[in-house]
Design a protein around this ligand. Structure first.
Ligand code: PLP
Length: 400
């Protein structure tokens, strides 16, 4: 009998590990590698936030805290939800965890029973299906349409709902596509959910602040107040405030769900880092003007990358509304052979050959559940992005 748990056997190893390892190996050999695979901003955490953390250390705020957040942070989160999303939550409805990842994991683990289904639109953030499996549930994948920027239709959502559906996970703007649902598009989905009162909504709003061209972010409980009592609205400071390493995420939701998540957290990680919590208070309450400056840079880079990729033979790249990713389609490259002699049988082969022959690391679409595509993270300098696009073009020109 295996020493390892049956639960762990339900989880697959990260499909991105192979490409990341190859990128590292090639860099170690002295190759010039441009990596566009990171899921984090290349900017630094703003100075006022760092100063708040230093003050917390010097002020002795270095002890255990309440399991799911200090009162000051819970209040800052309530104020944020009210100010930015028009949502009323009391501090007792707020959970703070070690990253948005732990919030999502807590919620799934606290609610799933064997056989419960969780609807996940594809392409999806790599962790959702495995988190569902770790919680004992079954992921049900609904594929997005490329023509709609990889968003799902209300009909596809409706068709995926069964009596066993427990959650619908919604992520806009999306990792990996950058797609953002407009209010009307989201309302069409929430109308479906209103017809199925047993389905709960987990809205992952992690990329809320990374939106371009005037895209107006909205979240399900705001668009359809009738869903408020069965929605967990998840967010965090990682992406907007360039705080991925600080590990603070949070959620607002019904008190009974928040209490269940607290119970789980109190018996696992106890509480998120006290110092990071004080930094997050400053992130949420402090000046927000740097967000617009950084978004100007991200918008410029998005346009640079979309234009560069659409100039490559065999690549079609939709223009996404937000995040710092684009998700080009490479259907027209499949079946060809690279100059280096690799048969491009799928998107994994494309990305491996691109890395080996031209030194650009991107993540293949199969990792996100929708092929043949790849994800580019444009959280990199303009010079790196320009060079990467030139290399991708040279690679595509060499396909025959
Ligand atoms: N949700 C999405 C869609 C993400 O892309 C990420 C990080 O990559 C997370 C959640 C988790 O973020 P964190 O745990 O850093 O708050």
């Amino acid at each position: 009998m295996s020493f390892l748990s049956k639960t762990l056997a339900r989880v697959s190893p990260s499909p991105t590990v192979a490409i990341s390892q190859l990128a590292r190996d090639l860099a170690d050999q002295g190759r010039d590698i441009i990596s566009l695979s990171a899921g984090e901003p290349d900017f630094d955490t703003p100075d006022n936030i760092k100063a708040a953390a230093i003050a917390a250390i010097q002020g002795g705020k270095t002890k255990y805290t309440a399991p799911d957040g200090i009162p000051e942070l819970k209040q800052a989160v309530c104020d944020k939800f009210k100010r930015e999303n028009g949502l009323d939550y009391k501090p007792s409805q707020i959970s703070v965890s070690t990253g948005g990842k732990q919030v999502l994991y807590n919620a799934l683990l606290a609610t799933l029973n064997p056989g419960d289904e969780v609807i996940i639109p594809a392409p999806y953030w790599v962790s959702y299906p495995d988190m569902v499996r770790l919680g004992g549930g079954e992921p049900v994948i609904v594929k997005g349409e490329r023509q709609m920027g990889y968003k799902i239709t209300p009909e596809a959502l409706e068709a995926a709902i069964t009596p066993a559906t427990k959650w619908f996970i919604f992520n806009s703007p999306s990792n990996p596509t950058g797609a953002g649902y407009t209010r009307d598009e989201l309302k069409a989905l929430t109308d479906v959910l209103m017809r199925h009162p047993h389905v709960w909504v987990m809205s992952d709003d992690m990329y809320e602040h990374l939106a371009y061209d005037g895209f107006a972010f909205c979240t399900p409980a705001q668009v359809e107040p009738g869903l408020y009592d069965r929605t967990l609205t998840v967010n965090g400071v990682s992406k907007a405030y360039a705080m991925t390493g600080w590990r603070i995420g949070y959620a607002g939701g019904p008190e009974h769900l928040i209490a269940a998540m607290r119970k789980l957290q109190s018996q696992s990680t106890t509480n998120p880092s006290s110092i990071s919590q004080w930094a997050a208070v400053e992130a949420l309450n402090g000046p927000q003007d740097f967000l617009a400056e950084r978004n100007d840079a991200f918008l410029r880079r998005r346009d640079l990358v979309v234009a560069g990729l659409n100039g490559c033979d065999g690549i079609t790249c939709p223009v996404p509304e937000g995040a710092f990713y684009v998700y080009p389609d490479i259907s027209d490259c499949i079946g060809k052979t690279s100059k280096g002699g690799t048969a491009i049988s799928d998107d994994e082969a494309f990305c491996k050959a691109l890395l080996e022959e031209h030194g650009v690391a991107v993540v293949f679409g199969a990792a996100f559940g929708l092929s043949p595509c790849f994800r580019v993270s444009y959280a990199a300098s303009d010079a790196q992005l320009t060079e990467a696009c030139a290399r991708i073009k040279a690679f595509c020109d060499g396909l025959s």
